[in-house]
Design a binder for this molecule. Structure first.
Ligand SMILES: Cc1cc2nc3c(=O)[nH]c(=O)nc-3n(C[C@H](O)[C@H](O)[C@H](O)COP(=O)(O)OP(=O)(O)OC[C@H]3O[C@@H](n4cnc5c(N)ncnc54)[C@H](O)[C@@H]3O)c2cc1C
Length: 418
């Protein structure tokens, strides 16, 4: 299958979706765990940058799978797409897990500045110079391409935490900085899961035999006969990291319906397909786009990650402006957002603004206080929740298994059947 680079447009996402559609059945279930390296990630879809920004939605991805395959053939692929929804829903019920990650990350950066051993190991990991050949290759691939195969993310994060004994929050930050699909829920909660914090006491240990089964072809070709160098250092079994217990699930905040009158539509990189959120007949008077890409990490977003996010916002903005024949404004990422939004609302005589509900993460951290600031001057920023999220999130309070059991019934309600 020919691969296109990650182009930040819905057209490019739909093109990749169509090309991968034939592979979403049993072929995916059989071969998805193999990491054949950056030149051959063809066993997986690499759709995550588009799904993460909702340039293409989970719903249409699952619809594409079930249009071509029966549910039983495409079940694995559908479940993987729903893992993203599960992580988001789980974090939505426990926003304090995001804030405790931010605290842990900031504390770990301070510790690394003060501790020479830690800062040297951290630098070696970032730059792929640890002497564990496969880990170093994954770190280089991550920095150069902004993407890693799921199994590689699992192995690399496990080695980071359990073998190099680096703080998990520094690893999560490093991934977020580089990943084009960088996502608050999927990233933070996957790192916590590997560390043994998500499922209490259960860690993920990278095992040489498992790496051999699923990645030896890649590494023999890339690194030669010495590719196993350092694998004897891998720590097994991996002991869970102490601290950061899961708080109980809180209720999801109530969400209002879209207002009936004229609205201003605000878009950010969390959800860029308003055409499937708001009826085409809505009175969208103006559209504005803002990108929070650099707020994901104290190091900002890497070149490829930032470019994708900004390009994705521009693409979503342009499509929405065309759909509603409304003027489009790209808000300056570096200026105070409250003032820019007020000026934009004034120019278009708006009192009601709408945005797809931002999931817990860095964009929401910016938008929640802004919403209060706008309310004080009579501007309402309405958060709109997708049917997909309404259906799935209530089942994302415990483990993934609980959600998986409900999957056929939910897909039925969403009129998605194989
Ligand atoms: C430590 C760690 C960090 C991660 N960080 C991120 C992140 O920041 N952003 C992100 O989008 N994903 C993250 N993931 C999840 C997963 O690795 C990627 O979504 C997946 O590799 C994307 O590649 P793909 O599109 O080819 O996946 P495919 O195998 O083709 O799967 C199809 C779609 O299903 C979803 N999906 C698949 N696996 C997962 C999963 N384990 N969790 C959540 N969704 C999944 C994605 O939307 C993906 O595009 C992380 C996983 C780990 C172990």
């Amino acid at each position: 299958m020919t691969r296109t680079p990650f182009l930040p447009s819905r057209a490019a996402g739909l093109d990749r979706l169509a090309r991968f559609q034939a592979h979403m059945g049993r072929t995916y279930a059989r071969s998805r765990n193999h990491d054949y390296g950056r030149h051959d990630h063809s066993r997986v879809s690499q759709l995550s940058p588009w799904i993460r920004t909702r340039l293409i939605t989970e719903q249409e991805t699952v619809a594409a799978a079930l249009a071509r395959h029966s549910f039983s053939s495409a079940e694995k692929f559908v479940q993987e797409v729903c893992w993203r929804t599960y992580w988001k829903g789980w974090l939505q019920h426990r926003p304090s897990v995001w804030s405790s990650y931010i605290e842990a990350r900031n504390a770990a950066f301070a510790e690394a500045r003060a501790d020479t051993r830690l800062s040297e190991t951290y630098e070696a990991a970032l730059n792929g110079r640890t002497g564990i050949a496969v880990f170093d290759a994954w770190m280089t691939e991550l920095a150069e391409t902004g993407y890693l195969h799921n199994h590689a993310r699992m192995w690399a994060s496990s080695i980071w935490i359990h073998t190099l004994r680096l703080p998990w929050a520094l690893g999560a930050d490093h991934f977020l900085h580089h990943l084009i699909d960088g996502d608050a829920a999927s990233n933070t909660l996957s790192w916590r899961w590997v560390a043994g914090l998500h499922t209490e006491g259960k860690t993920y240990a990278a095992r040489p035999a498992n790496i051999e089964t699923y990645a030896a072809t890649r590494f023999r070709a890339e690194l030669g006969p010495d590719w196993r160098r350092g694998l004897d250092r891998l720590v097994m079994p991996a002991a869970p990291i102490a601290g950061f217990p899961n708080p109980p699930a809180s209720r999801l905040p109530e969400i209002s319906a879209s207002p009936a009158g004229p609205v201003g539509l605000l878009l950010c990189e969390e959800d860029l397909h308003p055409a499937s959120l708001i009826p085409a007949t809505s009175q969208v008077r103006a559209v504005a786009g803002v990108c929070f890409a650099d707020a994901r990490s104290p190091r900002g977003a890497s070149g490829p990650a930032g470019e994708f996010s900004r390009g994705a916002v521009d693409s979503g903005l342009c499509a929405a402006a065309q759909l509603w024949a409304a003027p489009a404004t790209r808000l300056d990422d570096t200026a105070p957002l409250g003032e820019a939004l007020q000026a934009w609302a004034r120019d278009h005589m708006l009192t009601d603004l709408v945005i797809a509900e931002p999931p817990v993460g860095w964009a929401r951290t910016q938008l929640d206080p802004l919403r209060l600031e706008l309310a004080r001057i009579g501007l309402t920023l309405h958060y709109l929740r997708r049917d997909w999220d309404k259906q799935f999130w209530p089942h994302a309070q415990r483990g993934f298994f609980a959600l998986k059991k409900k999957l056929p019934a939910i897909l039925d309600r969403l009129e998605l059947t194989g």
